[in-house]
Design a protein around this ligand. Structure first.
Ligand SMILES: [Zn+2]
Length: 137
């Protein structure tokens, strides 16, 4: 096992994200995909994992709009008058991941549609606290 293979961590995930790559892990034994990456396969218990590039397309599974932002989001300019949307995105490959949802009006959540098409957006994957985001297509 190489050093790269033992590092299926959140830190490694965000390092890839900052390089504009949406990377998960794939079980070499059974092919199960994980996003974010996992070091051990939940499906078969296998520990032989490899990095897997995701295409970055998916659909909104569920969401919430937030006005009382944590400090890391306040630093991005979000807050009471500038709410943001976060949700679960089901990728075309199968795994579901939590992400910011951009390109929607978080002040009008009734206009946001579960099932809407989304595409990965690397605009928030910067700085000391990179975030995964998807943008409405
Ligand atoms: Zn497996």
């Amino acid at each position: 096992m190489t050093n790269e293979r033992v590092l299926f961590t959140a830190e490694a995930f965000y390092a890839h994200l900052k390089e504009q790559r949406l990377m998960g892990s794939r079980c070499v034994s059974c092919g199960e995909l994980y996003l974010p990456p996992r070091p051990i396969c939940v499906s078969c218990g296998g520990k032989d994992m490899t990095w897997h590039p995701f295409q970055g397309n998916g659909r909104l599974s569920t969401f919430t709009c937030i006005r009382v932002a944590p400090s890391a989001m306040e630093a991005r300019g979000y807050g009471r008058n500038t709410p943001y949307c976060t949700g679960l995105v089901e990728t075309d490959e199968g795994p579901t991941i939590s992400a910011l949802v951009l390109g929607v009006d978080a002040a009008r959540p009734e206009m946001i549609q579960v099932g809407m098409a989304l595409q990965v957006d690397f605009s928030e994957a910067t700085g000391d606290h990179p975030a995964l985001a998807f943008h409405a297509v």
